[in-house]
Design a protein around this ligand. Structure first.
Ligand code: K1U
Ligand code: ZN
Length: 169
């Protein structure tokens, strides 16, 4: 297993639109294992392949309190959505910042698992928010894109400054 490097905003690679997964092989399952290890170690409740510089439509998540409900979604699609809710979101690619984002409250998701089997389920609350957040990553979108330009630019400046300070220390 391996810990993967997580890209940070404003890295332009985070803007890449991921391609569908077509081959469900042992290499894919190894990437899934590495992404779970990286997500639990961070710690986070979700991770999209885009964040670890792999531009395929794959995300992992675990929104359970005990961290014992791992879920891997490949080529995910939201096939139904209703309601609206606003929740505080964070992002491992935007470390240290939490902001409210409005998203669909209930969703129905279709995806494949790591063996290529189709799965379909309904999600609400934090699970629904997390899936929408991670699916945005696969389209090159970040939660800061929902904020005002002023807030987004402030976050960008702070993260660029922190990166420069780390590089010179
Ligand atoms: O970077 C990511 O995409 C992961 C992100 C997912 C997420 C969090 C909150 C709302 C929507 C999506 C995170 O996991 S940020 C870290 C976090 O929320 C957390 C960390 C430790 C314990 C509990 C939560
Ligand atoms: Zn994120």
């Amino acid at each position: 297993m391996a810990l993967l490097n997580i890209l940070h905003f404003p890295d332009p690679k985070l803007r890449t639109v991921a391609k569908p997964v077509t081959v469900f092989d042992p290499d894919l399952r190894q990437l899934v294992r590495d992404m779970f290890e990286t997500m639990y170690e961070a710690p986070g409740i979700g991770l999209a392949a885009t964040q670890v510089d792999r531009h395929i439509r794959l995300l992992v998540m675990d929104v359970s309190d005990q961290g014992n409900n791992p879920r891997c979604l490949i080529n995910p699609e939201i096939i139904e959505a209703d309601g609206e809710e606003e929740m505080d979101e964070g992002c491992l690619s935007v470390p240290g910042f939490y902001e409210k984002v409005r998203r669909a409250e209930h969703i129905r998701v279709r995806a494949k698992d790591d063996k290529g089997e189709t799965i379909e389920f309904e999600a609400e609350g934090l699970e629904a928010v997390c899936i929408q957040h991670e699916m945005d990553h696969l389209d090159g979108k970040l939660f800061v894109d929902y904020l005002s330009t002023l807030k987004r630019n402030r976050i960008r400046s702070k993260l660029v400054k922190q990166k420069k300070q780390k590089a010179s220390s």
